[in-house]
Design a protein around this ligand. Sequence first.
Ligand code: ZN
Ligand code: ZN
Length: 275
Amino acid sequence: MIIRCWGARGSIPVSGRDYFRYGGDTTCVEIRTKDDEIIVIDAGTGIRRLGNRLVSEGRFEVSVLFTHSHWDHVIGFPFFKPLYRPEARIAVHSCPLSQGSMERLLAETMRPPHFPVPFEQVQARVDYRGICLDSIAIGGVKVSSIALSHTNPGLGYRFEEDGKSFVFLTDNELSHVHSGGCGFRDYQAFARDADLLFHDAEYTGSEYEAKRGWGHSRFEDALDLARSAGVGGLGLFHHNQDRSDDQLDAMLGRCRELAPDLDCFAVGQDWERRL
Ligand SMILES: [Zn+2]
Ligand SMILES: [Zn+2]
């Protein structure tokens, strides 16, 4: 599978000279499977550029998985151009038990007085499907899920194809168990021996104490998880909106000092890797 990031920023999109290298769009990750199926995780602002690319490629069948419904993970949905193409087929997977109906939540991103185009003008066929702490298959990829430890409920995902695995855990606080969430050992088991892990690394250790309980992790905890779970690579994800490129590089340098044996990097938009 090929993993491609379209947005790795947390909370709110950012722009300007401080963010040129890692980018400012919010969460959107694309997976292209061995069979060239397209799986999208979250519809943050990064999904706009992904949609433009899919239209240019003439690709109109996608599966979209949602981690949760905070604005930074859904706000790009109305700007996903395939939505306005009648030939498009979009399968939306989410957990209605933890988030409420995703159909209703997405419709809210396109409702007056906040948005000019009503949800009813979506021309694509959008099918809503459940994934709730179980496993499903999308093409040849097995997708498993786990409850996030976050301020509102959500899901993390593990993708497996031909013995390769990618684990995506964002908006996940490893040092605090939120209602409905799991503990460190559960995430350790979920990420065990993955080839690649993307994990929330919103805070530094010194920033975290004032933000404990806000639903995000310090990068040191993400590093502990990656090392103890034996993953092949760790991508720091959900960058704080005020974290400049230089500050991210400093965080990355610290990760490499603490874990010189681990392939640690900061995920930026347009980052891509084949597993
Ligand atoms: Zn977020
Ligand atoms: Zn969130």
